[in-house]
Each structure stands twice: as C-alpha cells, then as structure tokens.
Write a protein that binds this ligand. Structure first.
Ligand code: KIV
Length: 281
C-alpha cells in the first residue's frame, strides 16, 4: 500500500471519513501502529514526558526528536510520519523554522512536521510549506506554552477566547497547513471550527465532531502512570500487567524457574566434561 499523503487526509474530510493519528517514539510501537492501519504517526514532543521523564515538553531538543523520529520512520511503510517541532526550534525566526523542519525530512525520514500556535505561528507555517514541507498546525492547549496559557487547562471556554481559537485555526489553514490539531477545546467550539475549515481537524480532548482523533499511545495503552487526562480512553491498562510480568521474572530467576530447558541451548553432552578438563589445566 502507498504512503498516506496530506492530500489523502484532506480527501478523507471531503468524504466524511474519520482520520486517525497516534504517537510513537520507537521502532516496535511504530510498526504496530502502522500495521493497524492508522493514517498518521506523530512523533510527538510528548516524548519528553512519557519516554524521557521530563516534567514538561519544554526541554525536548531537536537532537532527541530526530533520534526517535528516525527510529519511527524506519518502521513505518504506509502511515504518514509527522515530526513534532520542539520548543524553540521554530520560534526564533522563519529561517530557523524552515531549517529545522527540513531536518525532520532529511535526517529522520519524516513526511511532514507539526508545530504549535495559531496567528502568531502562521508566518512560520507559510515559510515551511513554501519550502515544500507539509505542515500540521496545533491550536487550543499548546503544551509548549502552557504556562503562558495559565496551565494545562481547557481553552476557549468563553466567547472571546473561543473566537480567538476560530481565528487561530483559520490562520493556520490560510498559512497552508494540511490539517490542525485541536487540543482541550469544548465540544461546541471544536464543532464550529471543524465546520468552518476545509482542512481536517484532529481532536485531542476536543469532542466527537472533529474530522479525526489523536491520542498519546502511552495513555491509550495505560503505560504512563503519572497522570491521565480526562479525555483519554485507556484501551488497555498495561502498566499493572507489565509490573506483574517483571515481578514474575524476578521471582523465577531467584527460584531457578527461569531459564528452563526450552530457553537454553543444549549442545554436545560430552562438551561439559572436556571443557572442565581444559579449564583445570
Ligand atoms: O506531542 C504530542 O504528543 C502532541 C499530541 C498530544 C497531539 O502534540
């Protein structure tokens, strides 16, 4: 099957088909997401929290993103791979934004990039798309600047802030983005934005009317125990299962139950005796 392109994703909206996206940061997970037929794999800067153990996404560097994005790209054959531009990799200047977006394609094999921000980021989106790199926008709660937004809170709860979100999303579309993530936005606001854009909206905590949905895979699988946002549906609760398996391994090694014969290489029976003699000499 051919790789999913930005045009494919935009056509899904025209046909009224839902778009799916999940995050991945490593080869094995990305391969499973690709095999499940998910449209897009986002190498999110959520990497910083769920894999690298930072308190927020702010410290994540370009080098860290590229390292993980390259692993994901090596695993994926049909989904579109999107590299998330980390904090301060596009804020300084348009030139910096284009250069770093290019690195995601040239060095990590990504197909597109995502960056946070509405009206204030539109000129960066325009510059990157002019360079021939597809861009996904991200408005609403933008974790890289959550402190400036008053913390990890639902955005657009009153008319003025909701109007700003509509303008942000429109600015992202006009700048040339092929889709936009709406994060932590009330359902009616996300519905109006979705209806007023021709590009697909991909919701996370933005209700059921978005054109598509994204979740952080570690949340969906129940692997990140520090915090679970209200909008997450845990399709599995892996953390307790993993802990149980790890404890069993410890117990079996301690008790001699592992490895068994079936996990060992038997070799030639006479080898042990001959080797003992050699070892003694
Ligand atoms: O970094 C990330 O995983 C994201 C998603 C939450 C959309 O930006």
């Amino acid at each position: 099957m051919a790789k999913t392109t930005p045009v494919d994703v935009m056509e899904k909206k025209e046909r009224g088909e839902r778009v799916t996206m999940l995050t991945a940061y490593d080869f094995s997970t990305a391969a499973m997401i690709d095999a499940a037929g998910i449209d897009m794999v986002l190498v999110g800067d959520s990497l910083g929290m769920v894999v690298l153990g930072y308190e927020s996404t702010v410290p994540v560097t370009m080098e860290e993103m590229l390292h993980h994005a390259a692993a994901v790209s090596r695993a994926v054959s049909t989904a579109m791979v999107i590299g998330d531009m980390p904090f301060m990799s596009y804020q300084v200047s348009r030139e910096q934004a284009v250069e770093n977006a290019g690195r995601f394609l040239k060095e990590a094999g990504c197909d597109a990039v995502k960056l946070e921000g509405g009206m204030e980021t539109a000129d960066r989106i325009a510059a990157i798309t002019r360079a021939g790199i597809p861009v996904m926008g991200h408005v609403g709660l933008t974790p890289q600047t959550a402190t400036a937004l008053g913390g990890f809170k639902v955005q657009g709860k009153d008319l003025d802030s909701a109007k700003k979100l509509v303008l942000d999303a429109k600015a992202v579309e006009e700048a040339g983005a092929f889709s936009v993530v709406l994060e932590c936005v009330p359902t009616p606001v996300a519905k109006v934005i979705t209806e007023s854009l021709s590009i697909p909206t991909i919701g996370i905590g933005a209700g059921p009317h978005c054109d598509g949905q994204v979740l952080v895979t570690h949340d969906l699988l129940g692997m990140y125990e520090k915090f679970t946002p209200k909008f997450v549906k845990k399709y599995l609760d892996l953390a307790p299962m993993i802990k149980e398996a790890l404890a069993r391994f410890k117990e079996e090694v301690a008790g001699g139950g592992f490895p068994g014969e079936e996990h060992s290489f038997q070799g030639d029976a006479s080898l042990e005796q001959r080797l003992r003699e050699v070892a003694k000499a």
